[in-house]
Design a protein around this ligand. Structure first.
Ligand code: DX5
Ligand code: ZN
Length: 219
C-alpha cells in the first residue's frame, strides 16, 4: 500500500508555544502543516487569523495546508495567501460562488482545495474537479478537533478516487477528522493520499510526535 502524506492539524497543538510546536512536527516527519481557520459563524469555533499564519511561516519550510472554514470566504483568500499559505481549501457551502473562489486561489499562484462536509456528496465536484488540486473529505463535521471518524466517509473517498482516476487527473485526496493509526489504512485503501491528524499527532507530547506520525503512515 502507498504511504500517505501526513498533515498534522495544529489545532491540537499547544497554542502557547505554536512556533515550537510547528518546528517539532516538522522535525518529527510531518509532510504538510494543516492550519484550521474557523470563523465562529460557518463553524461554532474561532481559531487562527492570517497574522498567526504569517508568524508561523518562518518556523517550517513544509507546505502550509490552510483549511478555511469561513463564510463568506473570498475576502480572506488573499490575506492567507500573503501570509504564506501554499494550499488553500474552501467549502462549497461557504459561498457564495465556489468556482470563483477556486479561480481566486489559483490566480494567486496557490493550490486550490475543495472540502466536502460529511453530508455533501462527491457529485458536488462534477464541475470543479478539473480546476482544483485537492479534495478534502471531511470525516467529522467541521468545527472541533478530537471527534470520532464517521465511517460512511470511506465510501465517499472511494467515489472521489474513481472520479479522479476516470478523468485521468492528478488531484490529491486528503481526509480530515478523527483519523487515527487504526483507521488510516482504510483511508489509504479507499484512495486517500494525505491524512490530516490533530489529536493523533499531538497525543503524548513532543517526544511522541515522530512515533505518532510513523504510526499514521503505517511504518
Ligand atoms: C475539524 C478540522 C480538523 C480537525 C482534525 O474542523 O478541520 O482538521 O481539527 O483534528 P482531529 O484529528 O483531532 O480530528
Ligand atoms: Zn481541517
Amino acid at each position: 500500500m502507498t504511504t500517505p502524506l501526513i498533515s498534522p492539524s495544529i489545532l491540537s497543538a499547544d497554542f502557547a508555544r505554536l512556533g515550537e510546536e510547528v518546528r517539532a512536527i516538522d522535525a518529527a516527519g510531518a509532510d504538510w502543516i494543516h492550519v484550521d481557520v474557523m470563523d465562529g459563524h460557518f463553524v461554532p469555533n474561532l481559531t487562527i487569523g492570517p497574522a498567526v499564519v504569517k508568524a508561523l511561516r518562518g518556523h517550517s519550510a513544509k507546505p502550509f495546508d490552510v483549511h478555511l472554514m469561513v463564510s463568506p470566504v473570498d475576502q480572506w483568500i488573499e490575506q492567507y495567501a500573503a501570509a504564506g499559505a501554499d494550499i488553500i481549501t474552501v467549502h462549497p457551502e461557504a459561498g457564495p460562488h465556489v468556482h470563483r473562489s477556486v479561480q481566486a486561489i489559483r490566480a494567486l499562484g496557490k493550490k486550490a482545495g475543495i472540502a466536502l462536509n460529511p453530508a455533501t456528496p462527491a457529485k458536488m465536484l462534477d464541475y470543479l474537479i478539473e480546476d482544483i488540486d485537492l479534495v478534502l473529505v471531511m470525516s467529522v463535521n467541521p468545527g472541533f478537533g478530537g471527534q470520532s471518524f464517521i465511517t460512511s466517509q470511506l465510501k465517499k473517498i472511494e467515489a472521489v478516487r474513481q472520479m479522479i482516476d476516470k478523468r485521468g487527473l492528478t488531484v490529491l485526496i486528503e481526509v480530515d477528522g478523527g483519523v487515527t493509526a487504526a483507521i488510516a489504512p482504510q483511508c489509504v485503501a479507499a484512495g486517500a493520499d494525505v491524512l490530516v491528524a490533530g489529536s493523533a499527532t499531538f497525543k503524548g507530547g513532543p517526544e511522541r510526535y515522530a512515533a505518532n506520525i510513523r504510526a499514521l503512515k503505517g511504518e
